[in-house]
Unconditional design. Structure first.
Length: 266
């Protein structure tokens, strides 16, 4: 990308309450991805967390989406839930080199999500990070780490993630550790507080606030009103930003994403 960009989307695209809500009435289900990818700028795929898809499936997803759209893929849990992360080399390579290249330029970040029971063990985690491939068919691969145990709220983890240049997911949720320390060259946020009573999932003022935070991230800064483990550094280089409305009042998440996209465009 020649300049920093913000991509905003949702998790998945097959969800019954989105029909006759986000999706037009009588839209065939086989065309839901085609429609969603023209309303949003990114989608996070959860199905890959439970198992890799066939190369033909990735190719089909690419063919149904427009230029400039990207998918974030959640890496398979059989790697991140293994007893020893350092033993995951074969499963990592099996996923990365097992067909996701068919997405071509639609391939966005690969998210490695760890369970709340996975504590930070530096040596094992460091060996795992060493295993992550950095290129795929000549294209740089973007990895992002979603850690969910409070033991990661430490200087040692931040130093390790920065050493490898890997971002940490900012998870806006009361259920998981939430810290916005920037550890890589892009920002990845999962927003999990949408409310059914709000037509756009979040109140207008909250969406305004998120639009402003994204602008700060895009400019290389750190939003002052988010939680940090360490004091935020001085502004750096512009960064790409990926934001997904996930879970909570799921039926409202497409409206939240569209409303945020409109604010950023304005």
């Amino acid at each position: 990308m020649s300049q920093a960009q913000a991509r905003v989307g949702i998790g998945g695209w097959n969800y019954a309450p989105w029909r006759n809500n986000f999706y037009p009435a009588k839209l065939p289900q086989r065309r839901e991805l085609e429609f969603a990818s023209r309303q949003l700028s990114a989608i996070e795929i959860n199905s890959t967390y439970y198992g890799a898809q066939k190369p033909a499936t990735y190719a089909k997803w690419r063919s149904e989406t427009p230029e400039g759209f990207v998918f974030s893929l959640k890496a398979p849990r059989y790697t991140t839930e293994g007893r020893h992360l350092a033993d995951g080399g074969k499963t990592i390579e099996g996923f990365v080199f097992g067909g996701i290249a068919e997405l071509g330029d639609r391939l966005g970040p690969v998210s490695w999500q760890f369970t709340p029971s996975r504590r930070f063990e530096r040596d094992d985690f460091a060996r795992f990070l060493d295993l992550l491939p950095r290129e795929l068919d000549g294209r740089p691969l973007r990895h992002v780490l979603e850690v969910r145990n409070p033991s990661f709220l430490c200087d040692e983890y931040l130093a390790l993630a920065r050493q490898h240049g890997l971002p940490t997911v900012f998870t806006d949720s009361p259920d998981y550790p939430s810290f916005a320390d920037v550890t890589g060259d892009f920002v990845y946020a999962r927003l999990m507080r949408s409310q059914s009573a709000q037509p756009t999932g979040y109140a207008p003022a909250e969406l305004d606030a998120w639009a402003e935070r994204i602008r700060v991230w895009l400019g290389g800064g750190a939003p002052a009103d988010l939680p940090y483990v360490q004091a935020p550094p001085a502004p750096g280089r512009p960064r790409d930003v990926f934001v997904y409305f996930i879970s909570a009042a799921k039926e409202r998440n497409p409206a939240a994403a569209k409303a945020l996209i409109e604010r950023l465009a304005g």
